[in-house]
Design a protein around this ligand. Sequence first.
Ligand SMILES: *[C@@H]1O[C@H](CO)[C@@H](O)[C@H](O)[C@H]1NC(C)=O
Length: 526
Amino acid sequence: MANIVLSSLVLIALLHLCGGYKILVVFPVSSKSHNILGAGYVKHLLDAGHEVTFATPFPTNKTTDKYREVDLSKHIEFFDKTVGKTINLKAILNKETKPQVLGMLTQFVDMMWSMLEIENVVNFLGDPTQEFDAVIVEWLVTDAFAGIASLFNCPLIWSSSVEPHWLVLQLVHEPSNPSFNPNVFSTTSSKLPPYTFFERVTNLFSMAAFKAVIYFYLQPKETAMYEKFYKPLFAKRGRQLPPYEEVLYNGTFLLTNSHTSLSQPISVPPNVKEIGGYHIDPNTKPLPKNLQKIMDEAKHGVIYFSMGSNAKSKDWPESLKKEFMEVFGGLKQTVLWKFEEQLPNLPKNVHILEWAPQQSILAHPNMRLFITHGGLLSTTETVYFGVPTIVIPYGADQHVNALRAVNKGYAKMVDLSYEMAGEMKAAIEEMLTSTKYSEKVKELSKLFHDRPVPPGKELVHWVEHVVHTRGAPHLRSPALLLPWYQKMYFDLLALVVVALYVIKVVLKLLFRKGSAIVSITKKKTN
Ligand SMILES: *[C@@H]1O[C@H](CO)[C@@H](O)[C@H](O)[C@H]1NC(C)=O
């Protein structure tokens, strides 16, 4: 007995000496919500005793001997000027932005690749003393960062900030079947299957079109950039550049920021796990004293209004500010409005918060309603805490999230426009009088929490599993071993077509001979 205790003590001490694994987390998208998702990985892995390096456009500069950062902030301005511009509240209200999908994609892909030119990044990747046990990369449209894991010669773990859709699934498995899996980029994705004939066809064609863009346009472009950027880095380590295709499909695991209570069941291989909600702190932080008091004293409940971090209050038109204020002022409920500027003549029941601890607010028992832009993090948090919503989507994936919430039955949607105040008033009244929305969201919240382990624990488990099994080859999908035409039995189809053709030709010959014989015998009898 003493022996066992002693040896386990030694083992624990050894583990501490080793300091866990060395993990690199790369979340390159210059948007606060993506950064929150990256920071979620960092927190859980640090808490589990690992050493983490975080490549992020939003560095905290609070590094320790266990936590380091690679600063990608050079790209924030660039992002705001390009992709960020298309999700600007004012521009959308004035109908100035027209989504140009291909142009935006190209810009985005170029921007992501050019991150590999940032001096810090070049120095970091070019330093042959850097070593990691695993690299976690957020996938968004581009494959630019897949090569980092190959460079460090360690397993690559993909992270998807949304559900396991076909574009990420094809990296570790195969694209999902569009007849019953929605295409993330189409509005069908807000609907649950079964789909109508038209919806199935739309799914298929939008997927095919996107695939064509990837295959004929993006992939050749990215292959060229891969060679340009990674060749010298591999050379520095005295290694040959592996082929791009090999690097791209070498991912060992995919963790997704999703849960079926928010989307729908999707069939995936065993190396894909949904960990939606991992960014939420299970120990909700206490509210600041003044806010706690306001919420405790709200006899009729609290309405919380926030349009997320990208919709700045400076972009709100004056007329809308005034009309919203009137709508809120006419309510019995206490309204917390997250806004970066104080407004004049504030009604008594309305409080402006320049900074809002959203999770702690949503957790308060007096919460009645959340008015939100429908970003995925806010959507996840509202289901986590069981608060019904009114959604005003204005860009990115928000429309799909909003439609889903409406279809699930816990939300109403209000279209963004200069005339939205009246619609908003009616929606608030409906949400406050009917109990069906809050009943529904509480039911979904139960589903969300009903898991064998909390998502943060699951995250750590699979990252560790990947490292100590050197890339979890036993979980790898066999679908990656064969080309698409074999998977779809096109080779069989080709065989059948050839066989039918041969049969046709043979029959024709026989028939000709037959008829020749017949005609000869006919002639003879004549
Ligand atoms: C493929 O992944 C394994 C581990 O998962 C890694 O050791 C290897 O370097 C990777 N190969 C390439 C070409 O990326």
